[in-house]
Design a protein around this ligand. Structure first.
Ligand code: CAA
Length: 268
């Protein structure tokens, strides 16, 4: 585990760039020469930055984008090539640093252009929404490498787009374009390449303008749909809905509607 810069150039920029755009945190996977391949160093740094943004009260939503022409072409194959079963089992590869990405409580948008393959597709699916550029291509081609998807692909893909397409992608290693991904329900919007970042930032800014605790409650409740049966999920939603009446933001949001003015949320 390694250097948090590209090893070829110690003076280069970090492997993940973190910026603020108002109440939006923007994280850029910054390894474009390797199509943003997700080495341990990238995932460690991404986890650090996500956790810092999650803890920062002044950030309401986060966007992850890839530098250059790809989102991410997967886990770093060069790094994995010589690992043995014991290397990955004893060090709990993937779980050891990817699992924290899914624990972020604020809404996270993946802005995908170009390849989102293997771990790149899995990273995008770990986010809460995927906005895709017209040139986006999704796939789980691990079978070509003699392994299977290992960062959630066999579980999140069928939940996102059903068994038929999940089997097709994982077993044939074919790529799916943005239009097919949108039709299948993997992607929430497809936008022109040149407006991808603006669209993602605008969606994140819109979310960040609403009540932060309510956005977190919505994320928890929607995710509960994948973790429980319908009656348990509905109960979770109902109790969380009840809890939202304890927020100042509920008083403000409803008062603003009644007074025909814009709500000003204080995130408490
Ligand atoms: N790991 C490491 N390096 C990668 C990479 C990866 N996943 N994907 C691309 N690169 C590197 C290439 O080695 C190349 O580097 P060099 O210039 O130093 O040779 C550079 O990025 C550009 O790639 P290509 O020259 O291959 O670009 P291309 O346009 O011809 O092809 C591609 C693009 C089809 C995406 C091809 O790069 C490719 O097939 N990449 C691998 C995709 C893949 O199998 N991903 C799954 C990884 S396993 C995984 O993710 C496991 C898991 O579930 C956690």
């Amino acid at each position: 585990m390694s250097d948090l810069h590209d090893s070829k150039d110690k003076l280069a920029e970090p492997l993940v760039l973190a910026e603020r755009r108002g109440r939006v945190g923007l994280l850029t996977l910054n390894r474009p020469d390797h199509l943003n391949a997700l080495s341990d160093a990238v995932i460690d740094l991404l986890g650090d930055e996500l956790e810092a943004m999650d803890a920062d009260e002044s950030i309401g939503a986060i966007v992850i984008v890839g530098a250059g022409k790809a989102f991410a072409a997967g886990a770093d194959i060069g790094a994995m090539a010589q690992w043995s079963y014991m290397d990955v089992y004893k060090t709990n590869y993937v779980s050891r640093n990817w699992d924290r990405l899914a624990r972020v409580r604020k809404p996270v948008i993946a802005a995908v252009r170009g390849f989102a393959l293997g771990g790149g597709c899995e990273l995008a699916m770990t986010c809460d929404m995927i906005i895709a550029a017209e040139d986006a291509r999704f796939g789980q081609p691990e079978i070509r490498l003699g392994v299977l998807p290992g960062a959630g692909g066999t579980q999140r893909l069928p939940r996102a787009l059903g068994k038929a397409k999940a089997m097709d992608l994982c077993l044939t290693a074919r790529m799916m374009d943005a239009q097919e991904a949108e039709r299948a329900g993997l992607v929430s919007r497809v936008v022109p390449v040149e407006s991808l970042l603006d669209e993602a930032l605008e969606a994140a800014a819109r979310i960040a303008g609403f009540s932060l605790p309510v956005a977190i409650m919505i994320k928890e409740s929607v995710n509960r749909a994948f973790e429980s049966g319908l009656s348990e999920g509905l109960l979770f939603e109902r109790r969380t809905f009840h809890a939202s009446f304890g927020l100042q933001d509920q008083k403000e949001g409803m008062a603003a509607f009644v007074a025909k003015r814009r709500a000003s949320f204080t995130h408490c």
